[in-house]
Design a protein around this ligand. Sequence first.
Ligand SMILES: Nc1ncnc2c1ncn2[C@@H]1O[C@H](COP(=O)(O)OP(=O)(O)OP(=O)(O)O)[C@@H](O)[C@H]1O
Ligand SMILES: [Mg+2]
Length: 265
Amino acid sequence: MYDNPLMKRDAVTKEVKISARGCQVFYGDTHAIKDVDVDIEDKTVTAFIGPSGCGKSTFLRCLNRMNDTIDICRVEGTITLDGEDIYDPKVDPVQLRAKVGMVFQKPNPFPKSIYDNVAYGPKIHGMARTRAELDEIVERALRRGALWDEVKDRLDAPGTGLSGGQQQRLCIARAVATEPEVLLMDEPCSALDPIATAQVEELIDELREQYSVVIVTHSMQQAARVSQKTAFFHLGNLVEFGETGQIFTNPHDPRTESYITGRIG
Ligand SMILES: Nc1ncnc2c1ncn2[C@@H]1O[C@H](COP(=O)(O)OP(=O)(O)OP(=O)(O)O)[C@@H](O)[C@H]1O
Ligand SMILES: [Mg+2]
C-alpha cells in the first residue's frame, strides 16, 4: 500500500503549526470573527483574503495575541502553537510574539540605527552573550531579510532613512532576528512600489523554507503568486480554505467565486 503515489503525497503533508478551533472575536458588541476552525501548516505560505472589514487582520492578530493590546477585544475558542494553548495564562505574550513574529502594513522601523533595529529583540531575549555574537545575529537576520548587501556599509545609519521597500525588509529582518517559527504579515506590500513588492514576495517565498508564513493581502495576484494555501473570509466567517490553486480555479463556495471574480469586495 505504501507504493500508492497518493499515499506518498499524503506522507509529505506538512505539519500543522497553528490550529484554531471555535475561534470567536468580539469588539464590544461587534462579532468580528465567527467560529473559525483552521489548521495552518509549517513551511507553507497561507494567504488570508476577503473583502475589507471581513476580519482578516483581526484573525491574524489572534495568532500572536496582538488583540490583547486592544481593550475592548475579546477572543474565545482555542488557538494552539505546536499543540500548546497560546492563551494559557502561563504563556508570556512577549515570548509568544518572539516565536510568532509580525510584520505590519506600513513599514515601522524604530527610530534607531539599522543595526539596533535588528539587534533590539535578540538583546531583550538575551540571545547574545557578546557583541560578536550579536553582530552575527544581526548579519544573519539582514541576510534573511535580503537586505544585507544594501546596508552592510551603513549599519549605523537610521532605519527610517531607508526606502520604503528597504524599510519593510528591515522590519522582516527584525522579525526573523528572534528566530521565530511563524511570521504573520498584514498587507506587507501595500505601501510598496511594484519592484519592492516583487523583492518582498521573493523573500516570502524563501522564508517558507524555514517558517510558517501567514500573509493578509488584498491582491489576489499576490495570493496566487506567493501562497500554497488560501483562506477566504467573509463577514467574519472563514468561508473556504484550501490549496491556493483550487481556491482560485475551482472555488467550492459561491461567495468565494463572487469575490475572486470581482463581484464582492
Ligand atoms: N480596534 C477595533 N475596535 C473596534 N472594532 C474593530 C477594531 N478593529 C477591527 N474592528 C472591526 O472588526 C471587523 C473586522 O475588521 P478587520 O480590521 O479585522 O478587517 P480586515 O479584513 O482586516 O479589513 P481590511 O481589509 O480593511 O484591513 C470590522 O467590522 C471592524 O470594524
Ligand atoms: Mg486588515
